[in-house]
Design a protein around this ligand. Structure first.
Ligand SMILES: [Fe+2]
Ligand SMILES: [Fe+2]
Length: 185
């Protein structure tokens, strides 16, 4: 199955090694983001932070973990694999590490969160969609589903930071992944 699918994708004009590199760097960014968002969520405290902000960070955190989970099967289907060493994997991340800021005010934490989501939207998934469009429908569909969620995450943090309404409301359950959940069955 995977060999045949890989050949089909190659015949459509995709450099599968390049695509695998993109998917691995995307998966590494999701995996590291999941870790860093755990730290950031724990520090979203005080009068300006608290449970409201924590809940929103939690939705984004769990959905980013879902993105990792959804990407991994496609990597193996295309003949790739996860690195043996987690340190090597974390260094592959497409986006900068979302470190807790030196001065961890809510505003500074939100800036880090927004920058991470912007990398996912503008860098990772827009590029994967553009590269696979019309050539590898399965990867395209997956990257597009993730992109929908990243754009929502971006809008949540932008709303919190600059007060412009995002038009989105909370998930019905934490980490619901309305677009990506169909890849997780
Ligand atoms: Fe993500
Ligand atoms: Fe995200």
């Amino acid at each position: 199955m995977s060999e045949h699918n890989r050949r089909l994708v190659e015949r459509a004009g995709i450099d599968v090694e390049k695509l695998l590199d993109m998917l691995l760097r995307a998966a590494a960014a999701e995996f590291t983001t999941y870790y860093y968002y755990t730290v950031l969520r724990n520090h979203a405290v005080g009068l300006e932070g608290g449970e409201t902000i924590k809940e929103i960070v939690e939705d984004a955190r769990l959905e980013d973990r879902n993105h990792f989970e959804a990407l991994v099967p496609r990597i193996y289907e295309l003949g790739g694999e996860l690195p043996k060493d987690i340190v090597d994997f974390s260094k592959m991340a497409w986006c900068r590490d979302a470190y807790l800021p030196e001065e961890p005010t809510i505003e500074n934490i939100l800036k880090v969160l927004l920058e991470a989501e912007r990398c996912a939207v503008g860098g990772v998934y827009t590029e994967i969609c553009n590269y696979t469009f019309g050539k590898d429908p399965r990867t395209y569909d997956l990257a597009l589903a993730i992109l929908h969620e990243e754009i929502e995450h971006e809008a949540w943090f932008e709303e919190l930071l600059i007060g412009k309404p995002s038009g989105h409301f909370r998930r019905s359950k934490p980490g619901e992944s309305p677009y990506v959940s169909r890849f997780l069955r």
